[in-house]
Design a protein around this ligand. Sequence first.
Ligand SMILES: Nc1ncnc2c1ncn2[C@@H]1O[C@H](COP(=O)(O)OP(=O)(O)OP(=O)(O)O)[C@@H](O)[C@H]1O
Ligand SMILES: [Mg+2]
Length: 391
Amino acid sequence: MTAPVNILLVDDHEENLVAVRAILEQPDYRLLSARSGSEALKLLLQEDFALIVLDVRMPIMDGFEVATRIKQRERNLATPIVFLTAEAKEVEDFLQGYAVGAVDYITKPILPELLRGKVKAYAENYRQAVRIRDQEATIEAQKRTAAELAATAQARDEYFSLVSNELKNPLTALNLAIGLMGKEVKKEFKETAPAQWIHDRLSFCLSQSGRLLALIESLLDVSRIKSGRLEVNREQINLTSLLQGLALRLKPQAQEAHSSISLSVPKEPIEGEFDRIRLDQVVTHLISNAIKYGQGKSIEVALSSDDQNVMITVRDRGMGLSKKDQQWIFGRYERAVAQKDFSGMGLGLYITQEIVRAHGGEISVESELGQGSTFSVKIPKRASAEQRLAA
Ligand SMILES: Nc1ncnc2c1ncn2[C@@H]1O[C@H](COP(=O)(O)OP(=O)(O)OP(=O)(O)O)[C@@H](O)[C@H]1O
Ligand SMILES: [Mg+2]
């Protein structure tokens, strides 16, 4: 049941109030009575009413004066008034000079059905108006919440980017210094035992700070992607030699995991226009994943091309992925493994996919649980006319 609506009955004669009350009494209405105009005006300050039933003939302040005062109030501009009058003419005269709508009358003696009918219609109008107002308020509140959330998310992303940059600068310097020290130690002290000891520790520091830098770089990439700032700077590249260099660079990492990388490329070098650093990042990441999730088994990387596209596949024979997991691993922060088993932020494939897409290409996975996975990347050799225009 909906909440009852307020109806104000104004009459100086108690018996009239009782009579009107008897006609209107029902659970949908909350009937309040006032015995004078000033009492009515007071009540109108305290509550909202769906309707006012107002006797015209009252001492001190008659119904018309009460109505005029009521309609001077902003809050009651739309509150309907039904006059109770012995003479229709006097109300019509009053209404003639009266601009504000929602004023009506009933002549005495009151026909109960007529009064009930009018009150019912006004109460229904009021309910409808309240419903609309509530809906509008809800929509407004939802809009505000959405806008606030978006603003918070943007502020967070900006802060995220700022913090990442702040972390990156000292770490880059540290990383460089460690690298330099390592080289100097080797040069100055040759193969002496202490020098070897220091050199090994420095190598360790270098690889750890390198990992930290890579993590921060991933976070920065995410904020670049989120703010549409991931740029692709295409240049002519020999993809064959890029992959050869990359396989060589990742060899120690693969060996450490008791794995190996075999690379198969066509005889003729494959060339195209790509962002060198970003493409390196894509393949490096796919191979790193193959090492990480490949359970020490061999990894095969293959390069091929047709007239328009180059295709790179990275295949491992490790843990593989279920059909379900294959669907979401490209999402941000999505991982199909437990943190305690494999460290990672679940960002690699997300960034990889974004880079591939920014080149107008696509990435896909084929995998079977326990059998290994094959990640395939297909990228147009050159930017499309649209991409050129957008660049
Ligand atoms: N070669 C693979 N074999 C099996 N599962 C894989 C492979 N590559 C990715 N996955 C699954 O996909 C998830 C997402 O990979 P992604 O590279 O995005 O994140 P990550 O490796 O967990 O963390 P990071 O952000 O450090 O790369 C991984 O957590 C893993 O569950
Ligand atoms: Mg990864």
